[in-house]
Structure formats: C-alpha cells, structure tokens
Design a protein around this ligand. Structure first.
Ligand SMILES: Nc1ncnc2c1ncn2[C@@H]1O[C@H](COP(=O)(O)OP(=O)(O)OP(=O)(O)O)[C@@H](O)[C@H]1O
Length: 784
C-alpha cells in the first residue's frame, strides 16, 4: 500500500461527507496583481486518464515550514473550462435529483464556491461576459429537461395563486412577466455588457412603481457558451412542474431579498432593505426557510436569466485592492422546482405542490485587509465575511464527525447565518409532526477556487479547512540515531507494523488526517527520508524478538525525529518570542517617550492658557475696582449731600436734648427749692399769725428748717401754733426779716423765672418758664 492509496482510503472513509469538495485553479492573468511565486503543484494521478485529486502546497522560500498535501474529490487545473467543471462536478446529477424523475419530492441540491477573493468564484458560478457559469448552465439543463411538462403563468393564470398558496415560507409570488415588466424598461434596449453586476446604487432600484429612468435595460442577448444543448436529464413524465426563482444575499450576517426593492425610510430618507428571518413557519415546521422572500414563477430559460440579472444588479459588490469587482455579500440563487401530479390540474387550487430546490451560492471571498487595502465600511464587511468563512471552515472540518450517523449535531452550523443556510438541510428531517413530509438530506458540492500564484497564507488556510484529507510532511535533516538505524536495522514488514503495540498506523503509510485535527497538524509524519530508508522486509518469518527490537528501534527513530522537530519548533518559537518581547520593550519606550512629549505639550499649553486667563482676570479686576471706587465715591457724595442738608436740624435736636436734660435737673432743683420755700413760707405764716409781744418768740434760726410737728400734737406753751392749712409749726420772725425774705422770694413775672435766694449754686443758662400765676396765687393766698 503506498501513499496514494492511503489518501484514497482516507477519502473513501469520507464517502458520507456532507459536501463533495472540488478544487479549481485559476489561470494567471497578464497584469494581475497575483504574480508571485507558484506555491501549488497538482500531483499526477495514479492511473492514466483519471483526474488529479491531490495538490501539494509548497511554502515559498521557507524550509522550516511543512509541506502540505491536500486531497479533493477532484482538482481542476488552470486549463479546465466551465464545461469541464460543469460535467465533472456532477451538476447534471444534482439537477436530476431535484427533478425527481422517479417520483417523490426529489433531493435538494447545493452548489457553492469558496475561495480567497479574486480566485474565480464568481467566474465559476455566474460566468463572464462571454462565458456562462454553472448557474446559467444548470438553468439551461433544468428548462431543457422539463420540456413540455413545465407550467407557465401565461398559459395557466391560476398558477401564481396556487403556488403562493402552497408556499411554506410566507413568500410573495409573482409571475415572471409581471416582475420583469416592473424591473426592465425597454425590451429593445441593448443588453448590459456583463452578467456581473456593478455596485448597486442606493435608490437605483426597481420598485412597484419605479420611474422609467431608473429601470434596468432589458438584456436582449445572453452568452451562449458553453453549449449544453445536447444535455438533458430525466424528469417525472407523470408530473407537471413550475420553476420558481428567488434570490437573496447574506450581508453582515443578515439576509436581504435581492428581488424586493428597497423601501425609502421615512426617518432617514434612505432606501433600505428589510432583513429577513431564517425560521420555521406554520406550514414549514420541519425545517427552516427564509421567510418573506419575493419569488418569481418563470416559464422559460430567458425569463429565469433576466430575473437572475435583476437580482445580481442589486447584489453588493465593490472594488478592492484584491479584486476590482469583489462580492461583498454571500449570494444565494434558489431555483425551486415545484411538481405535482398531472391529474390534479383540474383542481389546481387544491392540489398540493411538492418539489425540491437547487441552491447556487457564490460566497464572498476571504481577504486580508493589508492586501485588499480596504477601509471603513468595506473593511468592516471584510471582517464579517472572514468571520462567517471561519465558521464555515469549522463546519467543513467537522464533516467527518457529522458523517457518522450517531453525531450529526457536531457540525456547529448555527454559529452564523451563512452556515445555517448551507448546512441546515444537510441532515434528514427529524420532525415529529405527522403532517411533515420526509425530506432527504441535500446533496452538496463545494468548489474551492485558488490562485496558485496568489496569497499563500490565505490560500493555505482555505485549503486546510476545505480539503477532504491532508498530509503534512516536515522537512528535516536526518538525525544521528536515524542514520545509525538506517545502517543497522532493516525495516519491518508493513503488516507487522500495522499491528504494532502502540497501535499507531505504519509510519510510511500514515493516511491523511482530517484537516484541522491535532494529529494531522502537529504530529510529524513519515518523511521521504524514512520512506526511502525502510523498504518492506523480504523475510517475513524472522524471529519475534528481533522484530520487536526493530519496531522499538523504529519507534526510537520516530521519537528522535519528533524531538528534533520539536526542538526546532521550540527554537523558532523562542526566537519569535524574543523578537516579540524586544518589540514590546521598544514599543513601551516609545510609549513612554510619547507620554512624556504629550505631558510637556499639555503643560506648556496649560501654562499658556493660564497666563491668558490671569491677564484677563487682572484686567477684569482693575475694571471692577474702578467701578467700585466710582460707585462708592458717588455714594459718599450723596451721603455728604444728605448730611449737609440734615446737619442744622440735628444740631438743634442735640441742643434740645441737652437742654431737656438740663431742664430736668433744674426742674428737680426748683421742686426741691419750692418745697423748702413752702416750708419757710409756712413758718413765716405761723409767725405772722402768732405775732404778739407776749407770746412773741424770737426767730432763733432764720435759715434753718423747722421740724414740723407731726401727728397734730398740741403745741407746747411758747411754741408757735401750727398752721392750720399745712401743719407747719415754724414761727415767723419779725417784720423786717419777713419782708426781706419775702423780697427774696418774689417771683418776677417779666422774666418768667424764679430767682432763688436760698443758696442755689447751680448756674442755669435757661430756666424753665414756671406758672407765675400759681406763685402769685400762693403768695396772695398764703402771704396776704
Ligand atoms: N477560470 C478562469 N478563467 C478565466 N478568468 C478567470 C477565471 N477565474 C477567474 N477569472 C477572472 O479573475 C477575475 C476575478 O475573478 P472573480 O471575480 O470570479 O473572483 P471572486 O473569487 O469571485 O472574487 P470575490 O470573492 O472578490 O468576489 C475576474 O476578472 C475573472 O474573470
């Protein structure tokens, strides 16, 4: 058994792959940007007249990297034509499965392309200006094969309605003529140059009532090459068919209908498409469908091609550094072939439609931002594209697990919309609904496109996860152990190796590992050196002990080789790490410098602004101070004026207050004097009353007060009689003294003041004017 047969057996194990995977190499083009060193080499097939299936990926100028070999269902070299690809990928068989010639629902088919941007996916699927792609060829075969069994809305007016009624995806069904009349302007206009749509302009769309200037030009001629007029497949003669076409794209992980015109948003005034859901509906409970699509019933190939053109016109494409017309979304073109028994035509409204679909997918290409030179929205798109392709890669890698019937759910296809759409029909329907029809798992073909002179890294990544099998050969320098063993120990026979105690497959027959598996990725495989060294042993009956020793020696050699490889890998990693660390350090230094520079800038800027602010503040302060001074000056002035106006009055008031105090003191003095005088007056009166020579007692004291006889006691003999009015008992002196005293007590009416004669020492400026009348009265009454 040699390596080729191992690869074949590995592929045979994968007979239940969810996808048949083909590889198509793109021819290099003059003036293309991808003019690097060729890194892909197609391996010659084992037998003559068979197609190649293996390709070797040679790392350019890098002996440390492993040489990888990939196996595909078939490899198409650069000179393969569209027709070659069409025939060899079995598109006709897929179509036949959809048409279900032997009755029943048929089998869904999926035809998809995968590859780096610019590697030829769209060319393969949709063709070019002069070449038809697999889509057009498949449509041609479908319509040709259906022949007269196809129904047309023109010949059967109820068709559109009956298909709509039986549709399980909440679709809006149109007849082709109604749809195309709405989209295309002039049937006689010249055909657009390319089947590849230019970048659609927002608002430049076909709507229910588009203006004629915005309508597309109706294509009059389509490419006719390659010709498949001789090819047709069988269909069910007892059934009648209808072909229903829909188109949508997956853009930024959302699904948009390509046959429904964008709607103008009231808020933003922009034309936008409403994203659709991929879900189970009431009438499609057993599987998910894209809900709410617009579907067109086509009766002829020409109608179908025009619908395809209209949809492509709406698909998002853009020019990038890698491809001038690069698809920015994953495009889905669905051809549903509905069928029902011919006998039910009379009851068209009630007859249920069955059928299957052929879905053709043109995936957006993976790209590296550096090469694509994209930015902004296009770069963000690329991120989403790469992410969805990464999920697709994971799903493809899990194919072998999913092929095992026990673990169908291991394919992680629910991670994004793209993988859900591609994989959800890969498994038999498991619905428990009694009404649900049994559905066969879809047949799927993936065509991987690659440019042998293109981007090595991107291409190798695509090949790794899409290939059906992979073999890695680690280049190495033969170790000393191996050299010794080469000279000493003959290799055991392959059949003995296969039953080795470690249970590992024979070294020189190691089969391909599934792409992405750990063993395949890291375990060193047998090298050409070992293959050359250990030839099969001729004497199979040598003794057991020797064989065991040989096996052990071989294992030692393998381990030694592995050690060498790991040591080398370790050194590589260590060097890379050191480089990364030094880069990190230099970046840290750079960051510190930057930070310092930014801080200095900030400080100087801060100081500058602070100075400006300070100057401004000082100016404001000066102005405020001047204003304040002026204000207070005015206030003081007003105050002074007010003060000047009110000063005399205040002086008088102060004088009055002073006078009042003085008057009060004087009044008190006067009252006291008054009391004294009254007492004296009384004394004198009594003296006058008691004036007789015998009784007359000399006044002993003139100026001294006489103590009144209190209690009204009878006066002693010889004591003056008390005055009956006031009770004073002071006797009066003689007439001369009396007159003098009276003279002293006389009150001047003219001055209005009282002259005190009894030693009043307080000098009085002003004397309160007293009631003279009262004094006069007293004198009149009491003295006279
Ligand atoms: N097999 C081929 N023969 C001739 N020309 C080809 C072939 N494959 C690709 N080309 C040309 O290469 C260019 C890029 O191809 P295409 O647009 O199909 O790439 P793509 O993979 O679809 O890119 P993207 O993913 O960016 O959309 C086109 O001009 C196309 O005509």
């Amino acid at each position: 058994m040699d390596r080729e047969s191992n690869m074949s057996s590995a592929m045979a194990q994968k007979a239940h792959n969810l996808f048949q995977v083909y590889l198509r190499l793109r021819p290099s083009q003059g003036g293309s940007s991808t003019t690097g060193e060729r890194f892909l080499a197609v391996e010659e097939p084992e037998a003559h007249h068979t197609a190649p299936k293996h390709i070797t990926l040679n790392p350019p100028n890098d002996r440390r990297r492993a040489v990888e070999k990939f196996a595909f269902t078939q490899v198409f070299e650069e000179d393969a034509t569209q027709l070659d690809v069409f025939h060899c990928t079995g598109v006709a068989n897929l179509v036949e499965g959809v048409l279900a010639p032997h009755g029943g629902e048929g089998t869904d088919a999926l035809l998809a392309t995968l590859g780096v941007t610019g590697s030829g996916k769209t060319h393969t699927m949709l063709g070019s200006r002069s070449q038809r792609g697999l889509t057009q060829l498949a449509l041609d075969v479908i319509f040709r094969s259906l022949g007269h069994n196809i129904l047309d809305c023109g010949s059967d007016p109820t068709l559109e309605h009956s298909i709509g009624a039986s549709d399980g995806s909440e679709a809006t069904v149109f007849s082709a003529s109604a749809f195309l009349d709405n989209v295309y302007a002039d049937p006689s206009a010249t055909m657009r140059a390319s089947s590849r749509a230019p970048t659609p302009m927002i608002g430049e769309s076909f709507g229910p009532t588009p203006t004629p200037s915005r309508r597309l030009h109706r294509p009059s001629v389509f490419p006719q090459q390659p010709d498949v007029s001789s090819l047709s497949v069988s269909c069910d003669p007892s059934a009648e068919y209808a072909v229903v076409i829909s188109m949508y794209e997956v853009y930024n992980d959302r699904i948009f209908d390509l046959l429904t015109p964008p709607i103008k948003s009231v808020a933003t005034k922009e034309y936008r498409r409403r994203p659709l859901l991929f879900k189970s509906t009431e009438t499609s409970s057993d599987r998910k469908v894209v809900a709410g699509l617009r579907k067109v019933v086509c009766g002829t190939l020409n109608q179908a091609l025009m619908v395809l053109e209209a949809g492509l016109h709406e698909r998002r494409v853009a020019g990038t550094g890698s491809n001038s017309v690069s698809s920015r979304s994953h495009g889905f073109f669905c051809v549903e072939v509905r069928k029902r028994p011919k006998s039910s035509r009379r009851h068209a409204y009630d007859a249920p439609w069955g059928g299957s679909a052929l879905t053709i997918v043109d995936l957006a290409g993976s790209e590296r931002a550096k090469d694509a030179k994209t930015g902004g929205a296009t770069l963000a798109e690329a991120g989403k594209i790469n992410e969805s392709l990464m999920y697709l890669g994971q799903c493809l890698q899990m194919q072998s697990d999913a092929a095992s019937k026990d673990k169908p759910n291991l394919v992680p296809f629910r991670q994004c919309k793209l993988t859900e759409l591609l994989f959800s029909n890969c498994f038999p329907s498991t619905s428990s609904y009694s009404t649900a029809r049994h559905r066969n798992p879809q047949k799927a073909v993936m065509i991987v496109t690659a440019d042998p002179n293109g981007d090595y890294n991107a291409t190798s990544q695509i090949l790794r996860y899409s290939a059906l099998a992979r073999e890695v050969t680690v280049p190495r320098i033969p170790s000393l152990t191996q050299t010794i063993l080469t000279n000493v120990a003959p290799a055991p026979a392959p059949q003995l190796l296969s039953s080795s105690p470690v249970g590992s497959p024979p070294l020189h027959h190691r089969p391909f590992f599934p792409p992405g598996s750990t063993a395949g990725a890291y375990a060193p495989q047998s090298s050409p050196n070992i293959d050359r060294t250990f030839s099969p042993m001729s004497n199979a009956g040598s003794d057991c002990h020797r064989t065991t020793m040989e096996v052990a020696a071989l294992e030692i050699a393998r381990l030694s080789e592995e050690l060498d490889y790991l040591r080398e890998a370790f050194e590589t990693e260590r060097a890379a790490r050191q480089e990364a660390e030094s880069h990190l350090l230099s970046m840290e230094d750079r960051m510190i410098e930057l930070e310092q520079a930014i801080r200095e800038d900030c400080t100087s800027e801060f100081e500058r602004r602070l100075d400006i602010e300070m100057a401004r503040w000082r100016g404001n302060m000066q102005v405020e101070m001047e204003r304040g001074e002026e204000h207070w000056g005015r206030k003081i002035e007003v105050f002074e004026r007010t003060l000047a106006a009110t000063a005399p009055q205040d002086e008088n008031m102060l004088d009055d207050l002073e006078d009042e105090d003085k008057e009060n003191v004087l009044l008190e003095d006067i009252n006291q004097e008054n009391d004294r005088l009254r007492r004296e007056n009384e004394i004198l009166r009594r003296e006058l009353v008691g004036m007789s020579p015998s009784k007359r007692a000399p006044l002993q004291e003139r100026n001294s007060d006489v103590v009144p006889n209190k209690g009204g006691a009878e006066a002693a003999p010889g004591s003056p009689r008390p005055n009956p009015r006031n009770g004073n008992s002071k006797p009066l002196n003689d007439d001369g003294n009396l007159r003098r005293r009276l003279e002293n007590l006389r009150v001047s009416d003219d001055l209005g003041s009282v002259r005190s004669s009894a030693g009043s020492t307080s000098p009085t400026k002003k004397v309160r004017k007293l009631a003279a009348k009262r004094w006069d009265g007293v004198l009149d009454d009491e003295l006279f």
